[in-house]
Design a binder for this molecule. Sequence first.
Ligand SMILES: [Zn+2]
Length: 64
Amino acid sequence: MASRVLAQGDVCTRCGADVVPIVYGFPADDAFEQVEAGKIVLGGCVMNPLAPDFACPTKGCPGA
Ligand SMILES: [Zn+2]
């Protein structure tokens, strides 16, 4: 199946979880708490203009 870019309000096509924003760059102090709470995903320090804005928050999900 071809992957597509997820947007706010979408759900993961594999596990059905609500997608969450991907935060790029150096994470804020509370970022890891938000990751644990499934509210954001850390995208690292990539500088890719094609990088997606949203992703599945489920750890280990092949669609993440
Ligand atoms: Zn998923």
